[in-house]
Ligand binder design. Structure first.
Ligand code: AMP
Ligand code: MG
Length: 346
């Protein structure tokens, strides 16, 4: 997905409080930034003094891994040497495609979430997303008619996405169906890369993939990390922060990719029921250790009225912390989030 977003591109979460304290410890704070999956991926590692060089090299390797997952999830271009989502989509209505196990893992979680959320999440929303995207990218002007969108509804049936876990194949049975891992791949890549870094001996670090944050271990001095949550109305500042140990913080927001038409904002988070951008919140943030899950859940909860979201979380993911920032700027959260959240910026 090496495509560029329109509008302002900025990490949706901002890291706070990581700089000067580390000078007091025997750790050196090193960081590096790369571009992948439409966003900047920032690695921050607190490296023991003797391991600065080797950990710098690890960041480069980590990013190569991140890019390899980007390649697998890419639905816009095929990539030499692998079957990716673009390959699966090209073979829609024709034949099953053997894919990497990582892709199967992502699709399985996506399908499970779709079932649990009764369709708030949809992994086959590609045809509708593409129509919206064509307006967002200026290929067409105005907004799509509801008729045009409704005509695509038969293609949004994820029962027609056949997952064979024995053969590692995916098969879209109808031509023109489009699988889209946009709501999960960044979280998956972040999770994968962070776990890899940890396995290489990294003990204190943050991976921030455009607001999809995963922390490794503890902050070497403060013990906890503080991660800012971006203010939807002022993207260079934060409305609050969460104080966390080793976990993941992911936000879905209406400011991440959008266009405006006749005073109305049209963003990239599409409600599969209405086929329109969901209009309940500015953002939804989720804290839970697994970044793949956090990514899936932030998108899912963005579609659901809050009481439904609360019930859904209590039923399936009772340990997950959630914060809802609604259209009027009201902030609400579940009890798990209350333990982590502080209102206000620096
Ligand atoms: P995120 O930023 O993680 O919330 O994911 C946004 C991306 O997920 C979009 O760019 C689409 O590719 C995809 N998407 C949009 N709406 C949905 C939805 N209701 N269910 C699943 N994926 C979606
Ligand atoms: Mg997501």
């Amino acid at each position: 997905m090496k495509r560029f977003m329109s509008g302002i591109m900025i990490a949706t979460s901002i890291i706070l409080l990581t700089a000067c304290q580390s000078a007091k410890s025997e750790y050196v704070k090193i960081s590096d930034q790369f571009f992948a999956m439409d966003t900047y991926i920032t690695y921050t590692i607190y490296a023991p003094e003797t391991e600065v060089e080797s950990m710098q090299a690890l960041m480069v390797e980590a990013n190569a891994l991140f890019e390899s997952i980007d390649d697998l999830a890419n639905r816009f271009e095929e990539v030499a040497g692998v079957n990716n989502i673009a390959t699966v989509n090209k073979k829609a209505g024709k034949e099953p495609v053997v894919v990497d196990e990582k892709v199967i893992e992502m699709v399985e979680l996506a399908k499970q979430t779709e079932e649990q959320s009764q369709g708030a999440f949809s992994v086959v929303l590609g045809p509708v997303s593409d129509v919206w995207r064509s307006y967002q990218e200026g290929e067409r002007t105005g907004v799509p008619s509801q008729d045009e969108l409704e005509q695509l509804r038969p293609l949004l049936d994820s029962d027609q996405l056949i997952v064979d876990t024995a053969e590692n194949t995916l098969y879209l049975t109808q031509p023109d169906m489009i699988l889209d891992l946009g709501a999960i791949a960044k979280g998956y890549a972040t999770e994968y890369v962070a776990n890899w870094l940890e396995a290489q001996g990294v003990e204190h670090a943050i991976v921030n993939a455009g607001g999809n944050v995963k922390t490794i271990g503890t902050h070497p001095v403060n013990e906890t990390f503080r991660i800012g949550l971006q203010d939807p109305d002022n993207l260079s500042s934060v409305f609050g922060s969460v104080q966390i140990g080793a976990t993941s913080v992911v936000t879905s927001g209406d400011y991440q990719r959008y266009f405006e038409y006749e005073g109305q904002r049209y963003h990239h988070l599409i409600d599969p029921q209405t086929l329109q951008p969901a209009r309940l919140y500015r953002s939804v943030s989720v804290v839970t250790p697994n970044s793949t899950l956090a990514d899936v859940l932030s998108t899912t909860l963005f579609m659901m009225p809050q009481h439904e979201g609360e019930t859904f979380i209590q039923q399936y993911y009772p340990d997950v912390a959630v914060l809802w920032y609604d259209l009027a700027g009201n902030i609400s959260m579940n009890p798990q989030m209350e333990e982590l959240f502080t209102l206000g910026g620096e």
